[in-house]
Design a protein around this ligand. Structure first.
Ligand code: GLA
Ligand code: GLA
Length: 642
């Protein structure tokens, strides 16, 4: 990792006359920009006609950067095939589940399984890599852009054939597939591989196993496209690291764990969702996810926004100081790059109403002043680069489980696994405790507490992993409708949750989704979901009015496993999470009032930085572990070295 914090954004000089470029670079230097992403959407100008390349203008872009000491995240421009591609190869455009062919004219207009797309993408990648392999500005490969943002699922005949090939490689025989998918149901038994289709629109519910495997296949197809480009880049430029910008925490179609395993360094994008009451907590979730995907090492924030975006129903501009709080919150949670979409606000195109580092109104603006001030501040925080956030708590998240629960035929559509994971994470955020996210089959040994808010599907090895963690002395808290089905979305029989009945000391005989709130003996409340559960070996800690268990605790080996049978409301959830944190001895790095975020980054040699971010409208006092009191003004951020 670099010994500076990378700072900058996507630069799209091709959208501007060349006279603007010198000014851009001069202003970048003024703002402390040391890194830009270039070429992200340049395919149609780099290869204006099939097989005809024009790199002259891009040479000047790269040379200008090098001359000014600004490093490039050089993109392979493969996220947006030019119009000639759709024109020449209409069969390579995506087909939706209703059989509707999509057209060129936006971006990501390609079928991920298309061999002709892959051929053209690798050819332009090879051209870019051979041309710039020795260029002094080249720092990092920015492969593609947000894989699967718009074309994660394609239902065309090419995809169907690729799906069947994927299935054949995952199932030893057609019989094994029929068994996994439960095709005895509704007369779905397959007699030939060729009969299997992607889950195109059908008269009623599609088969859950088919749907789940299609989502796995579709994610894998995108990972394979990444690998194909990366391998070519490794061959041509060994030593130059490669990444692609994920959308961790925001977009669940691509399996981030599978992608992350192939990246030299994890990078991600994050945008505030205006409809969320506390969007800065969602930011923390995304940042914690990115760090966890990179194995706890520093990661790169490839994009966020200086102010409003252009793709929500109402695009709120950021209040004064919000840009700084957001950026430093990412830094606090382990980012070693703070970058934006984009450098200069566009004059034309579908993103002309998206904010940028240099706004339409120019340099005499709040955004420009804040961008420049942040550049200077980050330069002064170079010592933070390379340090880590150490978490005692992990939350389990798995894309397969989210995909399986996404099948529409469920006991309740109101128990949203992603929102539950975010709500439990928010409870930790409010308690000042920074957590990692972990894959159910990942290494849990370093944690004291593992939260399982909503893990409907878990494999046998994932189930055993949590048991091992608790047996060795860990504490876990498991939420309702977790551990219910196996890896093929088949019910684990004999009483729910079949994966963890013994671990939890509880057996559930029936689910009772709720119309409204339900009172608990403790005075707390739940909603959406309840269960008729029997404690077999667990101690009951809270009950419904009927006396049936709402919260239980079971001793298991050297540890303990808590279980909730309802979706606790925020206050009651905060109390239970406080209890399990206390039991596991998971503590915040400082004491802070509500709405003040405290996170520590540490170097192995003991140097550390405590970030205190005040999201409230009043001044706040934070007390550090060593007893020092620090005042953080309303809306301010203090970075305390120690
Ligand atoms: C209908 C169908 C059954 C079953 C039930 C489920 O009655 O005939 O096959 O799908 O609905 O409620
Ligand atoms: C994504 C894309 C960018 C841009 C932004 C707008 O992150 O990667 O190209 O479209 O969204 O918010």
């Amino acid at each position: 990792m670099p010994d500076v914090i990378a700072y900058g954004g996507d630069w799209n000089p091709e959208q501007w006359p060349e006279e603007t470029w010198e000014q851009d670079v001069a202003l970048m230097r003024e703002a402390g920009v040391n890194r830009v992403s270039v070429g992200v959407f340049s395919w149609s100008l780099l290869e204006p006609a099939e097989g005809v390349f024009d790199f002259g203008w891009f040479d000047r872009v790269m040379d200008l950067l090098a001359a000014n000491g600004i490093a490039a995240n050089l993109a392979t421009p493969t996220a947006s095939p030019p119009p000639w591609f759709g024109d020449a190869y209409p069969e390579a455009l995506p087909l939706d589940s209703a059989g509707r062919r999509l057209h060129h004219g936006s971006r990501q207009g390609f079928c991920p399984s298309s061999p002709i797309y892959r051929e053209k993408a690798l050819r332009v990648t090879e051209q870019v890599a051979t041309r710039y392999r020795d260029h002094p500005a080249l720092a990092l490969w920015h492969v593609h852009n947000e894989y699967g943002c718009h074309n994660a699922h394609c239902y065309c005949d090419t995809s169907a054939a690729a799906f069947r090939a994927w299935l054949r490689s995952h199932y030893a025989s057609l019989e094994a597939l029929n068994d996994a998918w439960g095709t005895a149901f509704w007369s779905q038994h397959y007699g030939e591989w060729a009969q299997i289709l992607p889950p195109r629109d059908t008269p009623s519910f599609t088969n859950p196993g088919q749907q789940l495997d299609f989502r796995r296949f579709s994610s894998d197809a995108l990972v394979e496209l990444y690998i194909a480009e990366r391998d070519l880049l490794r061959e041509l430029t060994p030593g130059v690291p490669a990444t692609t910008n994920l959308m961790a925490g925001a977009h669940w179609d691509m399996d981030c764990w599978a992608f992350a395993a192939e990246l030299d360094v994890v990078s991600t994008d994050h945008y505030l969702i205006g409809a969320r009451a506390e969007p800065h907590i969602d930011l923390a979730f995304a940042a914690d996810y990115a760090r966890s995907l990179n194995g706890g090492r520093p990661w790169l924030l490839m994009e966020h926004s200086t102010s409003a975006v252009n793709w929500q129903p109402r695009n709120r501009a950021k209040a004064p100081g919000e840009l700084r709080r957001n950026s430093l919150a990412h830094l606090a949670r382990g980012a070693d790059a703070i970058m934006f979409f984009q450098w200069r606000a566009a004059r034309a195109g579908a993103e002309k109403w998206h904010s940028a580092m240099l706004p339409h109104a120019g340099v005499g603006t709040k955004v420009w002043r804040e961008v420049s001030a942040l550049g200077a501040e980050l330069a002064g925080l170079a010592e933070v680069a390379g340090s880590r956030v150490n978490a005692d708590v992990a939350i389990l998240v798995d894309h397969s489980s989210v995909w399986a629960q996404d099948h529409p035929a469920q006991p309740s559509s109101e128990l949203d696994p992603v929102e539950e994971a975010k709500r439990w994470h928010a409870a930790l955020w409010r308690a000042g405790i920074t957590c990692d996210l972990a894959h159910p089959e990942g290494d849990l040994t370093g944690y004291r507490l593992v939260l399982v808010p909503a893990l409907y599907l878990v494999s046998d090895s994932g189930a055993a992993n949590l048991e091992r963690f608790v047996r060795a002395g860990g504490v876990t808290l498991v939420g309702p409708y977790s551990g219910i089905v196996d890896e093929h979305d088949r019910v684990r029989l004999g009483g729910y949750p079949g994966a963890w009945r013994d671990l939890l000391g509880v057996t559930v005989e029936e689910f009772f989704p709720l119309d409204g709130p339900i009172r608990l003996a403790s005075g707390g409340s739940g909603s959406v979901w309840s269960e008729v559960a029997h404690a077999t070996s667990a101690k009951v800690l809270d009950t419904y009015a009927t006396g049936e268990p709402a919260w239980t605790r079971n001793v298991w080996g050297d540890g303990a496993a808590h279980y909730l049978t309802t979706r606790l409301d925020d206050d009651a959830l905060a109390e239970v999470i406080a209890t399990v944190c206390a039991e596991a001895e998971a503590r915040p790095p400082a004491t802070s009032p509500p709405g003040v975020e405290v996170v520590r980054r540490s170097h192995p040699d003991g140097r550390s930085h405590l970030f205190a971010i005040n999201h409230t409208a009043g001044d706040a006092v934070v007390t550090t572990a060593s007893g020092e009191s620090v005042t953080v003004a309303a809306g301010d951020v203090r970075v305390i070295s120690g």
